[in-house]
Design a protein around this ligand. Structure first.
Ligand code: CP
Length: 308
């Protein structure tokens, strides 16, 4: 297969396993490119991309912008907090105004689940979901699986535990879809109050004891408590959460194997992960960020090749 089965990247839910493999093979090529002395290719000289962010971001925003520039696309950056959205303009009006400037692709982060799906039904441009509320964050899941593949050789057959605030995490849902599509065994681990009621329907195991989860897994993906989405208290205190679900060096050293530690960022150091773990050789957190550029170059390149 040499092209994606989709016109937009709205979620991992809409991808086939062959799409993921095509993205990874394309990212392998771009990873080699961005490690050369000349890091830029002219592939998307005729393409214009708007990055529109209605929520804060460091990694995703910079990574998309760098990926687009490495592909020689023209790039527009739009931050909702400094725009006419503040004067009451609707999402469709905002995007149609941007598209009337001959924009081909929109990368959007939005607090509302399904915002990208809604937009894709109302505008002509190709839409890339850069995180929609607590729903999906597809490029994060792709770069996470790509980093596991790079570290362990394959994703199929690996045991992966996702730890923390599963209920509010778009990273968790996209990772579950991506990992299962590739044949990994997936468990989630966290306080019962932070596991969604529908978790069994996703075909993952549930473990509420972190030590047991770590004894089982090859990879632990540690998630941040999504404080900005917590409407009530889901656990007694942060200290108790850390005692039960935080990973520290002593706990990892007491296991009879080396677990690969991941985190999508931003990290709450000392809450879900201690600094000595985040900065250890077991951690591939910065490899994830590095791989994000190659993965986003691959996604943009493949979607752009479908634009007529
Ligand atoms: N991982 C991630 O989405 O980070 P940002 O919120 O900084 O983009």
């Amino acid at each position: 297969m040499s092209e994606l089965s989709v016109k937009h990247l709205l979620g991992i839910k809409y991808l086939k396993e062959s799409d993921i493999q095509l993205i990874f093979e394309t990212a392998d090529h771009f990873k080699e490119v961005i490690n050369r002395s000349i890091k830029k290719v002219p592939s998307l000289r005729d393409i214009t991309i708007a990055n529109i962010f209605f929520e804060n971001s460091t990694r995703t925003k910079l990574s998309f912008e760098l990926a687009e520039k490495r592909l020689s696309a023209d790039v527009l950056n739009f931050s909702a907090s400094q725009s006419s959205v503040k004067k009451g303009e609707t999402l469709i009006d905002t995007v149609n105004n941007i598209l009337s400037m001959k924009v081909d692709m929109v990368v959007m982060r939005h607090p509302n689940p399904g915002a990208g799906i809604f937009l894709s039904k109302h505008v002509e441009a190709s839409i890339v979901n850069a995180g929609d509320g607590a729903h999906e964050h597809p490029t994060q899941a792709l770069l996470d699986s790509y980093s596991i593949r790079e570290k362990l050789g394959d994703v199929a057959g690996k045991n992966v535990v996702i730890v923390g605030d599963i209920l509010h995490s778009r990273v968790a849902l996209s990772n579950i879809f991506a990992l299962k599509l590739q044949g990994a065994n997936v468990k989630v681990c966290g306080p019962k109050t932070l596991l969604p009621k529908y978790i069994d329907s996703l075909g993952v195991g549930v473990e509420t004891n972190l030590r047991k989860a770590l004894e089982w897994c090859d990879v632990a993906n540690m998630l941040r408590i999504q404080n900005e989405r917590l409407d009530i208290s889901y656990f007694p205190t942060t200290r108790e959460y850390t005692q039960q679900f935080g990973v520290n060096k002593k706990l990892l050293d007491s296991l009879d194997k080396e677990v690969v530690i991941m985190h999508p960022g931003p990290i709450n150091r000392g809450v879900e992960i201690t600094s000595d773990v985040a900065d250890s050789k077991q951690s591939i957190i910065l490899n994830q960020v590095e791989n994000g550029v190659a993965i986003r170059m691959a996604v943009i390149y493949l979607l752009a090749s479908k634009i007529k």
